[in-house]
Every structure is written in C-alpha cells, then in structure tokens.
Design a protein around this ligand. Sequence first.
Ligand code: UD1
Ligand code: CA
Length: 455
Amino acid sequence: MALNVVIMAAGKGTRMKSALPKVLHRLAGTSLLQHVLQAASALGAARTVVVTGHGAEAVEAAAAASGAVFVRQMPQQGTGHAVQQALPALDDANPVTLVLNGDVPLIRPETLQALVQACGGRALALLTVDLPDASGYGRIVRDGSGGVAAIVEHRDATPAQRAITEVYTGFLAAPTGWLRKWVADLGNDNAQGEYYLTDVVAMAVAAGVPVATAAAGSETEVLGVNSPAQLAELERRLQRQQAQVLMEAGVRLADPARFDLRGRLDCGRDVEIDVGCIFEGRVRLADGVRVGAHCVIRDAVVEAGAVIHPYTHIEGAQVGPGALIGPYARLRPGAELGPQVHIGNFVEVKNSTLAAGAKANHLAYLGDATVGERVNFGAGSITANYDGANKHRTVIGDDVHVGSNCVLIAPVTLGAGATVGGGSTIGRDAPAGQLTVARARQATVPGWKRPVKGR
Ligand code: UD1
Ligand code: CA
C-alpha cells in the first residue's frame, strides 16, 4: 500500500544540552535521523516528509541526499503541530500516512510494516509497547470492552491512568484523509499547552473509525533518545545486537561488550577480534585475520591470515595476506600492502604501495612511495615527500636495504638491490646493486683533550 511517511524532527532536544540538533547525534556512527530515514526507505515510502525546526538548516543539509521533502515547524508547538506543517506535503494518492519519531532510531522496518498493515487505509493504528516503568510516556487508555479510547499524556494522566503500563511509542499509521481532518482540528488545551498528535485517537473514536494497535517487537526498537545517558544506553544495545550477529556468523569476539561497529564489517572464517576495537565505514576481514586489542580500523580490507597487533590505526588501506601490522602502527589512506608485509611499531604509511615481503619495522614514515619486494626500510628512516608546496614520489626497487635514520628526499629512486648506509640523506637517485652513503665521513681527532672547568 502506497505510503506517506512523516518524520518529526523539529524538537530541540533540551536534555541533550548540546549545540547539535538532537536528531543529528550519532548512534553507531550514523545520525539518529539517518537511522529513521533508512527504516522509511526500507518500507518503500512513496513520499517522505521530514519536519524540521530546531537547527533546521543543519538537519536538512544532513538529510539532503535522502530524497525526503522538508517542511519547517517554527516555533515548535507539539507533535500535532508538527504534523500540521506536513499536511500540505502529503500526497492524497497514498492511502496511508505513517508518522515516525526522528529520535527513535532503532525501529525495525518489519514492525512498521505490521503497523501499516493494521491501518490498512481504514483504521488508526498505534504502535504500543508494555513498559514496567512508563513514566513520561503517553498511556493507552482502553474502554470496558478493551477497545482503545484515548492516549493520555503522562503529565495529563490521573494516578489510575499512570498505573497503565501499555504506552504509545510515538509511531502511528492513519488513513491519509482522516489524518488531514483530525490534525487540522487539534486543540492545545492540556498541561503543556501543546498540540498533541495523540489527541487524534479520541477523534477517531468519536468518528467511529476503528483504532487498532500493533505491538513493538522489543523495547529496544521503540526507545527514544532524549539525553546523553539514553543515547549511550541505545548505543550499547545496538552494539550488543551487532556483536551477536557477528558471533553467530562465527566471528570470535573476545568480549562483545567491548566491541564497536560504526558501519559495516564483513568477516571470513576464523576471524578473532580482541577487546576495545572500533570498526568504521566498510571493513572487510578475510579468513583467519586476527585483530589485537584497541585497534581503530576504518574503510579497509585486511586479507587472509594477516595479524593486526594492538593499538593500530588503519584507514582507507589494504593489508595483504599474511601481513603483520603493529603494534602502534598507522596505515593512512592509500596504503596498499602486499603479501607478508611487516609494518612495526610507530611506523606510518600513507599513499604508498609495498610489495610482497617488504618490511618497515620501527619508527618510520613512508609517504607517496612505491616499495619493491623484500625491501627492508630501516628504523627511523623517512621519505621526505613534501617540499612545502607539492608532494613527490619515492621509488624503491626490489631487495633494497635502507639503513637506519635515512632521509629520502623525493622525487628519488633507489635502484633494485641498492643499499643505503645508515644516517644518509639521499637527494639523488641511488644506483642498483651498490652501496650509497651520504653523510659526513667519521673522523677521529688525534690528541684532542676534553675541556676542563676554569678556576
Ligand atoms: C510523544 C507522545 C507520547 C509518547 C512518546 C513516545 C505526543 C503528544 N506524545 O511524547 O504519547 O509516549 O512520544 O516517545 O505526541 N517534535 C517536533 N515538533 C514539536 C514537538 C516534537 O517535531 O513541536 C518531534 C521531536 O523532535 C521528537 C518527536 O516529535 O522527534 C517526539 O517529541 P517529544 O517531545 O519527544 O514527545 P514526547 O513528549 O516524548
Ligand atoms: Ca521523546
């Protein structure tokens, strides 16, 4: 059934105590609003209307790519008032209009589908959940025969109504024509002086339109974010779910409570991930990859059998099969490491390719370099790739040995099999197969005496 979706995202989010609009806060690396937009798009909504208000420009910019239509609500006078602003943007050709909360990010498309079905273009359908502690929520008030009579907001509820644990989740689906009429007729005679969307329930009852309920699959999917503590709580729940899915697929997480995925992680067989690792963007770990504790890996591919030792940062890089990386290594965008490459502690690699078996084991920098097979890049050596204005390439042939503490001033080429003596500053090409040394010759001064303190 063709759908309008309205996402309410105008609220200030006062309790976040943040300059950032609430719906732009991130859960698992993705904004709250983006999570909700993804759920809407999974339903194949024909039209999605986002109601913005607080921080409207930032919210609209962040969601610009979604294809949603934006309407502004200024000032924000309640959820009913929010939907009022969306009415002109609704398409009457879509018989059902679904209203979503921009601050309830984990709602599942399946649950929304069930809600739309319960509406069926005839009934007003409410998504409800049973909460042991329902304080703050609108209560579902039922009549003697069990039918829904109204939603009463917590602040307007009597003590008897406050004892009700069945609450409104903030999600409803309504026949588009009826919703138009009801929302236009809303008043604001209540404890907060706001236009409550929830008042449409009593209107539906009065009009003889059936009111149906659908139950949320879990509490987690209808929990809203109002404060940093609630954001952190939802983050943990989502991380736990993601960890569970990975473990069911065979990934061995040392501790699912100390695992963070902010994007997508694809794993082969026998992948092991130690505690405290963060995965961002799209990461692929092939068969047998082991990731040590406290690594941060973003937008990367790690091939079979590679080992990433603790405290390593990888971003926009590719790690070849059987490679050993870290501890304390940093692979930056454009680092492409071939099979069996070794990158050790405090080594940084950027925009460089290292062929099979190349090694840089200690305290080095390789930027804009092409490194051949079996190269040994000594401790403390660097490519000086930037002249203050432009970047230049360093080309290091197969089997080159670069001693310790060398500076290779790009553009420069070291021929295959070349050896560069430790402490050299290399500004011109070094020929293949020979030793090149560029440093002051060692001298011993005969008869030299240490100065002594004057009297
Ligand atoms: C609302 C429901 C309550 C329900 C609860 C579930 C009403 C009157 N109450 O209460 O029954 O149990 O959600 O979480 O609907 N918003 C706007 N413009 C506004 C006000 C709010 O766009 O003027 C947006 C907010 O950004 C938020 C959503 O609407 O995304 C919900 O608003 P909020 O103020 O959090 O409603 P609750 O008081 O939680
Ligand atoms: Ca809320």
